[in-house]
Design a protein around this ligand. Structure first.
Ligand code: SF4
Length: 149
């Protein structure tokens, strides 16, 4: 089961989308300088069950265009049905992962994917030197330039 520590509406993490965002507890990567190290322990937070997400999608109907999962790829069999639910609701989806790639079945359901762990010396998506890549999986296009002002 996946659990989340934060649920909020995000305007900047996915360009052009209003996203219902979940910080998933239990990221195993342990990047030095992680901004959400408080979320590393997997047993904390609220269970992100299918019924919970369904209820939230109904609550935010017509207010959001995307659901953003900040982690969760380490449980692909749990994340996959949630992505399918999001797509069936007519919404886009995005996964932020610290890995360089994820399970192909996840990518098949996702609209956007951010890959690459946090390296302080390279910076995040708003840095021209970043190791991270934000991809529109529908086209394969790298959208990194949209994050640089
Ligand atoms: S991948 Fe993200 S959440 Fe996980 S440790 Fe690295 S910076 Fe933190």
């Amino acid at each position: 089961m996946l659990r989340f520590t934060d649920e909020h509406i995000a305007f900047q993490e996915v360009p052009g989308e209003v996203s219902l965002a979940y910080t998933i507890a239990g990221c195993p990567l342990g990047c030095k300088g992680c901004h959400s190290s408080y979320s590393w322990h997997s047993g904390q937070g609220t269970a992100l069950t299918s019924s919970y997400l369904q209820q939230r999608l109904q609550t935010y109907q017509d207010l959001i265009s995307c659901v953003l999962f900040l982690g969760g790829e380490w449980q692909p069999q749990t994340l996959l049905p949630l992505l399918i639910m999001v797509r069936r609701a007519g919404l886009n989806s995005c996964l932020y992962t610290g890995l360089d790639d994820v399970n192909p079945a996840l990518k098949q359901q996702l609209t956007y994917l951010k890959t690459g762990r946090w390296l302080a010396e390279r910076g995040g998506l708003n840095s021209p030197d970043t190791n991270q890549v934000f991809t529109d999986l529908r086209t394969g296009q790298c959208l990194n330039p949209l994050f640089i002002q």
